[in-house]
Design a protein around this ligand. Structure first.
Ligand code: BEZ
Length: 219
């Protein structure tokens, strides 16, 4: 099913949240924003995920990143559910807004539908989708998990750090990279350009092909 994906501009939807009505572009402003969906309120995996997001809120805030949840129930339900989430994750407050989508309209427009998951009335439910949206309102990265698999929020932070790094420098992050590790220089950067761009130098890995494409640096 075609839908919103990496590189697409998200629609400027006007949505109801437990913190009032917002327009997505106004909320995002000039920030990076993580929009993450959940199959439903008062469900076990979602309760753990929203709790971890609340516990990690300071990690996102220190990176200047905004959070915006979504679950297919109404605002009244969200407000009741938040009490459970905060009780399950002591010391954490759900300070980010959660979109209400009782008519399942927003999940279609944000490509967050799980085709296999239905509620007791046969209505489609959201997948565990997560879009990292740049200040330009474009999707930079998407996670798409089924309802049965809770997300690893450390991986969300790690992927976000990679995106932020690559947005500032002509670099990419290798497998299992984490903040502080060396990064690789983008293939589009020539060795002459690399000498100028990375004055602290870089290391070229000696490979059997003798091609010099694997270049590590620190930024
Ligand atoms: C959950 O959050 O635990 C869940 C929600 C819908 C289907 C399966 C699991």
């Amino acid at each position: 099913m075609p839908g919103l994906t990496i590189g697409d501009t998200i629609p400027n939807l006007e949505v109801d949240t437990n913190q009032g009505r917002i327009k997505l572009y106004d909320y995002i402003g000039d920030s990076w924003t993580i929009i993450f969906s959940h199959p439903g309120d008062f469900t076990p995996v979602c309760t753990t995920e929203l709790g971890i997001m609340a516990a990690y809120a300071s990690k996102f805030a220190e990176r200047g990143v905004k959070l915006l949840g979504l679950s297919c129930d109404d605002v009244k339900s969200h407000n009741e559910w938040i009490k459970d989430i905060e009780a399950y994750t002591p010391g954490s407050k759900v300070t980010y807004p959660i979109i209400a989508d009782p008519n399942r309209e927003i999940i279609k427009q944000l490509n967050m539908v799980d085709p296999d998951e239905k509620d007791s009335s046969g209505n489609q439910l959201p997948s565990r989708a997560l879009h990292i949206v740049g200040p330009d309102k474009k999707v930079k990265l998407s996670f798409l998990y089924p309802a049965s698999t809770g997300r690893n929020m450390d991986e969300v932070v790690r992927a976000l750090d990679s995106l932020l790094k690559a947005s500032k420098h002509k670099v990419a992050t290798p497998a299992n990279w984490k903040q502080g590790d060396p990064v690789v220089i983008s293939p589009s950067v020539s060795n002459d350009q690399a000498k100028e761009m990375f004055p602290n130098g870089y290391q070229t890995i000696d490979l059997p092909s003798k091609k010099d494409y694997l270049r590590f640096t620190n930024v």
